[in-house]
Design a protein around this ligand. Structure first.
Ligand code: ZN
Length: 82
């Protein structure tokens, strides 16, 4: 099971159902395309998955609330509230 360690020391178990700290960063234009196709009654599950596919995972540490954004494959940048 893949794990991700935050700067604060917390270790997140990844890709487990029900984990509230895993997100996807989806471009707004893809969300809008999905809504348009949905309103037209013309959105297949495969199209929806394609619109939502980003390869940009986002994790939010449940301890320190730091955001980790995958800038490129397996390369993350961290952001914390100032
Ligand atoms: Zn943390």
């Amino acid at each position: 099971m893949p794990k991700f360690k935050c700067h604060c020391g917390l270790i997140m178990q990844l890709h487990m159902e029900g984990k509230e700290y895993e997100f996807e960063l989806v471009q707004e234009k893809n969300i809008m395309k999905s809504i348009e196709k949905l309103e037209e009654g013309n959105l297949s599950i495969n199209e929806f998955i394609e619109f939502m596919k980003t390869n940009r995972d986002v994790y939010q540490c449940p301890k320190c609330r730091r955001l980790w954004i995958e800038e490129e494959k397996n390369k993350f940048s961290s952001y914390i509230k100032e």
